[in-house]
Design a protein around this ligand. Structure first.
Ligand code: NAD
Length: 365
């Protein structure tokens, strides 16, 4: 087995607890990982004067693979999201989020097995924004009026939604290639092309073009985002690989997580041509941070995705298998899962859950 050096960014809030749990589980899986610690997030901003130090970006570039805990983003003011900055700087244009049922996790369905492929670089996350009352905002409002592009109230703040042919082709092609590689049957593109003709309309048009290259190998259909949400709630098993522009993909990720047991078990990855940063879907959960209440499963399953990426397939399989065993047994589950399963049984903390997982892994064949 070869040794891999991986950058570990614990982040803040529950990230400190879930990252420590993840490290213990990866060590027990048999994979040989050397962790190189790097800082990011709110505490780092106070300590280093920036939430995303240059040294952290350099560390990811050096090792090519990182796993990251959540980073708090102040709402409305302060710094822009560390996550968005990291994705942009490293050109991590794919956000990959597998969503699957785990017996005993309190999901509303037991047959969910889909993959969310979210465009990660543009759309309303591009960060092109104009503050209400600024000169730039009023110039833009005047420009739109001049162009007959529509009236915008003078007291508006404005966020721009760019969707490009380049990024759309890249993400849709990734979704189809993923489907081919993993034996999946269908790709669904989600959009609101009936309303936003030049952004979502372009997304749909380009998705249809790319789909032609895969005709006969992978089926294709599309759904308007509101209909997609309703269909997900009624029967998520109808979806296989689903490709989204950035914002809808973000919202759909939480919706999908909620259908299988919640954010505590939803893993993910940000992937580009050169680098990959693995991270759970959830945020820093300040309401439970530092109390040993967090469910580390999402970060642990993100680590399993990372091990797949590194070619450590057996270690990844052992982690997933142990997760399934602990949930199916139902003895040692965290509070979020007790709540999702409407169970009165006592919850365990992050540490005790991790102990149970490591013990279960030790008993696997
Ligand atoms: P959140 O995901 O942190 O929490 C939402 C709810 O889910 C909370 O009640 C929380 O306790 C619960 N929860 C989340 N993860 C859990 C876990 N592993 N175990 C048990 N319960 C869990 O979302 P939020 O409260 O909207 O955001 C908090 C902060 O995190 C914000 O600053 C936000 O910007 C940031 N955030 C960061 C990332 C990231 O770094 N990738 C992602 C999302 C949000």
């Amino acid at each position: 087995m070869s040794r891999h050096v991986v950058t570990l960014i614990p982040g803040d809030g529950i990230g400190l607890e879930t990252s420590a749990a993840m490290q213990r589980v990866v060590a027990a899986s048999g994979a040989d990982i050397e962790w190189e610690l790097a800082k990011a997030g709110a505490a780092c901003a106070e300590e280093c004067g920036t939430p995303l130090p240059f040294a952290t970006i350099e560390a990811v570039k050096r090792n090519k693979v990182a796993i990251k805990g959540p980073c708090t983003t102040p709402v409305g003011t302060g710094f822009r999201s560390v996550n968005v900055a990291l994705r942009k700087t490293l050109d991590l244009y794919v956000c990959l989020r597998p969503v699957f049922s785990i017996e005993g996790a309190g999901g509303r369905y037991n047959d969910v097995d889909l993959v969310i492929v979210r465009e990660n670089s543009e759309d309303l996350y591009a960060g092109v924004e104009f503050e209400e009352g600024s000169q730039a905002a009023s110039d833009l409002i005047a420009f739109c009026k001049e162009q007959d592009a529509g009236a915008i109230r003078s007291d508006s703040g404005i966020s721009i939604k760019p969707i490009s042919i380049t990024a759309t082709r890249n993400i849709v092609r990734y979704a189809f290639d993923y489907a081919v590689k993993h034996g999946r049957k269908k790709v669904t593109a989600v959009h609101k092309a009936n309303i936003m003709k030049y952004s979502d309309g372009l997304f749909l048009r380009e998705a249809r073009e790319v789909a032609k290259e895969y005709e006969g190998r992978v089926a294709f259909d599309d759904k308007i985002v509101d209909a997609f949400c309703m269909n997900m709630v009624i029967d998520p098993s109808q979806f296989d690989v689903v490709v989204f522009p950035n914002l809808y993909g973000d919202i759909a990720s939480d919706l999908a997580a909620g259908l299988v047991g919640g954010l505590g078990i939803a893993p993910g990855a940000n992937i580009g041509e050169e680098y990959a940063v693995f991270e759970a879907v959830h945020g820093s959960a300040p309401d439970i941070a530092g109390q040993d209440k967090a469910n580390p499963t999402a970060e642990i399953l993100s680590a399993a995705m990372m091990l797949d990426h590194l070619g450590e397939l057996e270690a990844a399989r052992r982690i997933r298998e142990a997760v399934r065993v602990v949930y199916a047994e139902g003895q040692s589950l965290t509070a979020d899962i007790r709540w999702a399963t409407k169970s009165d049984a006592p919850a365990v903390g992050c540490t005790e859950f991790t102990d149970a997982l490591i013990e279960a892994m030790g008993k696997l064949a």
